[in-house]
Structure formats: C-alpha cells, structure tokens
Write a protein that binds this ligand. Sequence first.
Ligand code: MG
Ligand code: MG
Length: 278
Amino acid sequence: MQSHLQIIVSMIKIKTPEEIELIRESALLVSKTLGMVASEIKSGVTTLHLDKLAEEFIRDHDAIPGFLGLYDFPNTLCMSPNAQVVHGIPTDKPLEEGDIISVDCGVLKNGFYGDHAYTFEVGEVAPETKKLLQVTKESLYEGIRQLKAGNRVGDAGFAIQNYCEKHGYGIVRELVGHGLGRKMHEDPEMPNYGRRGRGKKFKEGMVVAIEPMVNMGTHQIIQLKDGWTILTADKKPSAHFEHDVAIVNGKPELLSTFKYIYDALGIKSNEEDEFHQK
Ligand code: MG
Ligand code: MG
C-alpha cells in the first residue's frame, strides 16, 4: 500500500518557476482567445464560425489549438449551449437570444498547455440562469482559495460543492479538473465535490485547471451518441467556468484571466485581484 501510494504521488509533476511562466503564457493566450470570442458572441452567430475564428487567432499567435485532435476531438473550441455541460461540438446552428454558451478552449505553446473556460450569455437571459452563472463563477473562486500548500484536493472540491449545493444546484461528478503542464490532463484529478482533508496534498509548484461544472437541476448527466457531448439528464441549463492556477509561495497564483472577456463585454471587476501576487 505504501509503495502504491508513492507511485501515485510521484505522478504529480511539480513545475519550476520558469515552467510556470510558460504555462502562464499559454493560459493567457487562451484568455485572449476567449476575449476575442466574447466580442463576437451574439444571436445569429454559429458556434462553428466562432470555432474557426478561435483557431485562426491561436495559430496567428504561434500556438496550436490544444483540443483539436486531442483524443480525436474534431474542433478548436468545446461549445456547449444551454443544457449541454461540456464537450459540445461546434455546429452551424445559430445562437439565439436568451441562450447561454459554455466555451472551453485549450492551446499548446512552447510545449505547455493552457486550458480555461467561461459561460457566456447571449443577449438577455432568464434571471434564474444568470444566477446559475454567477454562483458557478463564485464557486470557482471558492475552490481557488483552497489551493494552498498543505491543503488537499478534497478541500477545494468541498468548497465548490458546498457553495453550489447551498443554492440547490447539482455538481457534475463524472468530469473533473486536473493538473496542467506538458500534458493537458495531468495528475491530480480535481473533483468539484469532496470531503475536507481528503485526497492528495497541494504542494509548491503544482499547476492545476480547476473547473466547476454546475447544473441548475440534477447533477446527473447523459452523453450524446456523438461520443462527446455531455448534457444534463433533466435538460435544465448547466454552467462551466475554468481557471489555471499555480501554487506559488504556498498560495494560489492565477495564471489565466477573465480580464479580456470583461474588457470585451464592458464589465468592471476586481474579482481576480486576491489571486495575484505581483
Ligand atoms: Mg477546459
Ligand atoms: Mg480542463
């Protein structure tokens, strides 16, 4: 048992400060790509069009789309509208007023991945949907606050789950966050649920992608026959927000940012300030 545990622990790749800066560069390119997408989202636009724009944007910045071809995914962006949770495939169906659309983007640059996501509103959305987005984003920050050296994976999962379930929402169990680096998905797995004090310990130099997937209703999901698209079992809306975070000086340091999205949408926010050390 002891040796088995050691093998699992050793799979977590601790990053040097130089490697963390390279992951930051990749994460920020995803942030800029999402900012570009934010400025293009409106009713009548197709997710396939946005996908093409994102692929061009990423290639113009000397990087390659991180999802395209990964496990044979066919596109640059995962585009998951309304009841779709994650892994939606872009289509030629136009977005409509009142939709929400979760956009997940990855890039590979200088040998390192960035991976983050935001759920956008298309025009005016229903108040209860707006609240789902707000609570999901807040739960992301609740989770990030737990990314301190000495805390454990279960502390972050518990924080997210506790925050969302207080609002009556369902936390998706089958899909989780992950370590991030030379591979898109590294150890440790980062469930958005859990028990305090359980799971692997966070250490200086770890980098993770933390990504609550939160359903307005049941936490249960189904997968479409395309082998990718995940949607809520009750067809109620679902939201997804994801940030890339390093543990630096024992504390969470945000590598990705929603700043470019907020600039595009004219939103003023200081929500990320507490996660920047310089
Ligand atoms: Mg992602
Ligand atoms: Mg991810």
